[in-house]
Ligand binder design. Structure first.
Ligand code: SAH
Length: 221
């Protein structure tokens, strides 16, 4: 069988696994089908690009497991007019999936190397509604706030307040919260601004394992 044929079978299994694990939103499944994960992994991992596992990327980081990308995307309840902020660009894969479902994605990465690679990759694939910014995700992107949706793809010990401030009325923010090497859970925060003030509903979702959200822009490349 040709290498391409082998990869196509990998991609069919990829979608079946997502469905089997409970991803039911057709638009999310279509986005997962459309974005070629093989283009976001390192050359040595192309053969396992469609396996449901996290894989290493440069700077000691990881591209998230496809199920977790699909799950978080589904839980964001994206609409085509939404503006989304992502913290932790990494390979750019999650940003690419978001870009298929929202109007605009701003993604912040603390490593210049990862940001530059992701920017190049996203442009080459034609995902023109993603802007990759080098910076500290703890500060968010106040110049472009408010955002309809915020997704953090690195684990924080606590919810960063600056991000919650940059969430629009009726906005949803998803983030993994927990100790760096311990149990983490995806938290969903829903914000509503009423005459009485700001209300935030907090829900605990699935258990996960993410790399840590680290303070400041990286001094290394
Ligand atoms: N969403 C990525 C996976 C990211 S892994 C993908 O689809 O490939 C988490 C990323 O968060 C890493 O690249 C890490 O460098 C970045 N990160 C950690 N702390 C950060 C911070 N404070 N600001 C911006 N990026 C951060």
């Amino acid at each position: 069988m040709s290498e391409q044929g082998g990869r196509d079978i990998g991609r069919m299994e990829f979608l079946l696994t997502l469905r089997r694990r409970g991803i039911g939103d057709q638009a999310v499944l279509r986005a997962m089908e459309e974005v070629p994960r093989a283009d976001f992994v390192e050359p040595g991992f192309i053969e396992t690009a469609y396996a449901d596992q996290a894989l290493p990327i440069p700077c000691g980081q990881t591209i998230s497991q496809p199920y977790v990308v699909a799950y978080m995307t589904e839980q964001l309840a994206l609409r085509p007019h939404h503006r989304v902020l992502e913290i932790g660009t990494g390979s750019g894969y999650q940003a690419a999936v978001l870009s298929r479902l929202a109007r605009e994605v701003v993604s912040i990465e603390r490593y210049r190397t990862l940001a530059a690679q992701a920017r190049e990759r996203l442009a080459a694939l034609g995902y023109i509604n993603v802007e990759v910014v080098v910076g500290d995700g703890f500060a968010g992107c106040p110049g472009k706030a408010p955002f309809d949706r915020i997704i953090v793809t690195a684990a924080a010990e606590e919810v960063p307040n600056a991000l919650l401030d940059q969430l629009a009325d009726d906005g949803i923010m998803l983030l993994p919260v927990g100790p760096h090497n311990g149990p983490q859970r995806i938290i969903r925060l829903t914000k509503s601004i009423t005459a009485a003030g700001v209300e935030v509903k907090r829900e605990e979702l699935i258990s996960v394992r993410f790399v840590p959200l680290l303070p400041g822009q990286a001094q290394e490349l």
